[in-house]
Design a protein around this ligand. Sequence first.
Ligand SMILES: [Zn+2]
Length: 388
Amino acid sequence: MHTLNSKMIKRNVVFFIGAGFTKAVVNTAPKGSEFFEFAFDEKRSFIKDLRVQRVKQFIENNYYTVGKQNYPKIEDVSSLIDYVIQRKESLSKNYLFEDVLEIKKDMIFLISTVIKKTIEESTNPDILKPSRIFIEKLHELYKRNIDVSIISTNYDIIMDNALLEIIQSSNYQIRLRKNIFWNPKKKLEQVKVHSNEHWTYQGGNATHEGTLNEGKIPFLKLHGSLNWFYCPKCDELDITIGRKGANELAGDHDKFICVNRFCTSNYQPLIVTPTMLKLYDNSFLQQLWVEAERTLSKSDEIIFIGYSLDPADHHIRSLLTKALINNSNNPRIVAIDKKPDKNDQADIQRINEVHQRYTTLFGKDRVDFRPIGLSNFLKSWDPILNIQ
Ligand SMILES: [Zn+2]
């Protein structure tokens, strides 16, 4: 056990954030199995979008048991799409290779739209409060001379915004070229974006500003990010931070043309779902995964928050295992999961399974499993992190 002053070398804490963190902050965010039910709800306006209709049609045409309450998991649909794309073949006579490529773009639009919508729809006006408190606490650790990093599997930008607002940090550990934005007052046909070396962000009744790639707390997004814009021709990554016109870009990546004035390429999103088969063919993601492994292999503590260690996340399980093989600190593992609903047997069962997966992968002696929920974790922060 490490206390603050007992180590000569700097204590190193890694926070590993999963989908449960987002769910704890935005309680309407749908999980994998609820995703399509949420997305295709007739109440929501985006169901009218042609791209959303195409995804719905794709599922209805290709899944045998589909019914209104019985959509497949989003991971299953995205892995089918990637399976076909990787083999460069058609799915069927109705879905040729080109059609499947199109569906993949539509899916990414749908994922981005659902994430944006869940945050908008949340009735709590102070929705980002837990993420702000979390970043404030991380900042305190940093000020106590502790090395702190965040690794996340989420592509929403809840944590990103808290980092911008609380400590003006945008340190993604990959080289971002420009902060891009689009002028919504201009006609939509005008698809060339504008850019800046700096960023400004409006949050908590104040304007915050900073410089790209700088910040106190490294933040590694293993599955990409909604606000990342990749130009395949330049092999460069741009980001969109803050402005209203900027947020409107997310999900519509391929509509916009690269900021480089000599380049005519459209942007691509950089979002991968856990099941995607060819995870590493993008050099930026490769670099991120290398950095994540390096970070985990020198950690003294890894605190998982809302990460279920899903058996389907083969890449992440391997990343964790390899990093720990090469970690000589025998790091302490803390896993924070949601509090089980006492009246829901399936929920209790699910949390037991998560616990089991942690002890199987990391060993019983090392794992400190705490199904207490995010807010209780934030309340009992000091004892859990051994801060005196
Ligand atoms: Zn370009």
